[in-house]
Design a protein around this ligand. Sequence first.
Ligand code: CUA
Length: 346
Amino acid sequence: MASRRSLSSRLFIPTVLLFGLLLSGCAKNAKQDTLEPDSQVGRDILSVFLHSFWVAVVVFVIVEFALFWAIWKYRAGRRSADDRDPVQTHGNTKLEIILTIIPAITLIILGVPSTKLIFQLDKRPTDALKVEVIAHRFWWEFHYPAQEGIPEDIYTANELHVPVGKAIDIDLTGTDVIHSFWFPRLNGKRDVIPGHPTHIHLQTEEVKEYWGQCAEFCGLSHANMRMRLVSQSPNDFETWVQDQTAEAVEPSSEDAKAGQELFKSETLGCFGCHTIKGVSNGRIGPDLTHLMSRNTFAGSVYDMSEVNLADWLRDPTKEKPGSVMPNLNLSEDDISNLVAYLTTLK
Ligand code: CUA
């Protein structure tokens, strides 16, 4: 009795974990569900996936049926009275030809639609908005080069704004290690490789926010390297572009002014890494000129709020392991002045 109870208690945790794992696949409105695509490219990829999946199911059923049939048919005691080894054969040209042709046909059935789609997806769209995605450990930089509708270069971080229905032609570049750009409901993954530019395109169909994330292990905070895609009406996008190309707001309150002085000070050196238009030109960390136009920060892991910004400044490496921004050992007064300044950057 006692041993039986210990067996069931030993099985309890693995069972809970297994069910937890199964249930985690049942989330309603999962934000990164590739099985619920929201774009033509997503649907094309899903259809190739389902095609391969059902071919695999057919192969699986046939192979398992043959396996279990053989186990049952030749089980011990079924063969002959003295259970000796079955007759050994070698070489059967007809069988070998059949067993070569069947996998070859299966590979063609699997390979042709996949290859066709790979070439189709590689074509750059025409009449597209051009965006450069620059992957950093552990955040995403988005650069909109000046073009029709974008009067001057825009740099932002973690939140990619796009007009709904417009094709977005994305060039991907990296600064440190290999990352992978992925909005599961809109497109497949595309590796971002330093020194080897790649590209991908997207097109949304709804005014909606999408979640994306880095899909290539890139270090301690790989899982914290997330991003958002904000699909907007053309008018809202135009307003966003106007806001992004505006000059930085000059601080007016005393504590915000003190915060700006700290930002510019040689002792902290914030200006060496961050750009604030008219104040600094650092290019290592995110452009902060319009920080408050974003809803999230630090790889879209934290909601934009004074409390979260203060926690971040207190020790970035605690909030996001492996963060390039170091712990500057700021005093609470400095933190509150810097937050006062940052929150003016609309
Ligand atoms: Cu970047 Cu994983």
